[in-house]
Design a protein around this ligand. Structure first.
Ligand code: 1HE
Length: 258
C-alpha cells in the first residue's frame, strides 16, 4: 500500500496522505512515498493539492517508530523531512494544502511548507512536542515561526495548547476557512486557478519571494528588478500582456457590493 496516493487531474496533482488508521502519522516509509509523489507533481503538474485520508490531516511524526531511533537515525530522519519539504516549498510548482481534523506536530510542519492552506472549520492545530519530550524536526522552527511568529510558537510548544481554525487564520497559519467539509473542494478550485497562471511567475512566487524577503533591503530590491525584467520579456508574458490590451484576457473577479 502506498502511504501517499497520487492522482493527476488535468494540470493539478492530488497527493493524499494515506495512513488513516494511524491518523496519517509520518513514518520513514511515508516520507519516502511523499518524496516520490512530490517529485512527480513537480515534474508533470502545474499546481498540487496535499490532503489527508480519514478523520485527520496528519498526526505528525510516527512516535512508535521514532521511539526506537538512535540520535544519528533521528538526525537522518529530520534531514529527510527537510529534503522533501524543501521540494514542496521551493519546487517547480505551488502546493495548496487542504486541512481537516488534527494538524499536529509534523503535520503542521508539512502544512507550513505549502503555499496556501485551506481548512475545514473544525480543523485544529497543536505542537505537543514538549509533552512528548522531543523537538520540532520538520522545519517548524523556520517555517512555522515565519507564519505565526516565534512568540506564538513558543506558547504552542510550551503549553501544548490547541489552536482553533479562527485563531490559526488570525496568525496566517490558515489562508482560507472553507465551508464545512469543503476544504478539499476549495483547495482544488484554487489549485485549478493557480494552474492557469504563467508557470514562470508561479515558479518565481514560490522560489524568489521568500528569498527576496530574507535578503537585505537593497539586495532584495535589486533581485526583484532582475526577476521582474526577466519575466516581462518572455514570449508568454508578451502574449498575456497583448491579450489584456486586446480585451481577450479574463477579468478580475471583483466581489459584488453587498
Ligand atoms: C499514532 C500517532 C503518532 C496517532 N504516531 N501513532 N504527534 C502527536 O503527539 C499526536 C499524537 N496523536 C494524537 O494526539 C491523536 O491520535 C489525534 C488527536 C491526532 C487523533 O485522535 P484519535 O482519537 O482520532 O485517534 P487515536 O485513537 O489517538 O489514534 C488512532 C491510532 O493512531 C492509534 O493506534 P492504535 O494502534 O492504538 O489504533 C494511535 O497510537 C495512532 N497514532 N497519532 C504514531 N503521531 C519531524 S518532528 C515532528 C514532531 C512531531 O510531530 S511531535 C507530535 C507527534
Amino acid at each position: 500500500m502506498a502511504f501517499v496516493e497520487y492522482e493527476l487531474q488535468g494540470d493539478v496533482a492530488i497527493l493524499r496522505l494515506n495512513r488513516p488508521d494511524k491518523r496519517n502519522a509520518m513514518s520513514d516509509a511515508m516520507v519516502a512515498d511523499l518524496a516520490v509523489a512530490v517529485d512527480r507533481a513537480n515534474r508533470e503538474a502545474k499546481c498540487a493539492v496535499i490532503c489527508g485520508n480519514g478523520k485527520h490531516f496528519c498526526a505528525g511524526l510516527d512516535l512508535a517508530e521514532h521511539s526506537e531511533k538512535t540520535v544519528m537515525e533521528g538526525v537522518a530522519g529530520s534531514r529527510a523531512w527537510h529534503a522533501v519539504f524543501s521540494r514542496i516549498q521551493h519546487g517547480q510548482i505551488p502546493f495548496v494544502s487542504a486541512l481537516h481534523g488534527a494538524v499536529v506536530g509534523g503535520g503542521l510542519e508539512l502544512a507550513s511548507n505549502t503555499h496556501i492552506r485551506v481548512a475545514d472549520p473544525e480543523t485544529y492545530f497543536a505542537l505537543p512536542e514538549g509533552q512528548r519530550g522531543i523537538f520540532v524536526g520538520g522545519s517548524g522552527s523556520v517555517n512555522i515561526t515565519r507564519l505565526m511568529g516565534v512568540s506564538r510558537m513558543m506558547d504552542l510548544m510550551l503549553t501544548g495548547r490547541v489552536l482553533s481554525v479562527e485563531e490559526a487564520e488570525r496568525c496566517s497559519v490558515v489562508s482560507y476557512i472553507a465551508e464545512p467539509g469543503k476544504a478539499f473542494d476549495k483547495a482544488l478550485e484554487l489549485a485549478q486557478r493557480i494552474a492557469t497562471n504563467a508557470p514562470l511567475t508561479n515558479y518565481l512566487v514560490v522560489n524568489a519571494l521568500q528569498r527576496i524577503h530574507d535578503s537585505g533591503f537593497d539586495e532584495g530590491l535589486f533581485f526583484e528588478s532582475m526577476v521582474a525584467s526577466m519575466t516581462q520579456t518572455t514570449p508568454e508574458a508578451q502574449e498575456r500582456l497583448k491579450a489584456f490590451l486586446e480585451k481577450r484576457a479574463k477579468r478580475l473577479d471583483i466581489p459584488a457590493a453587498e
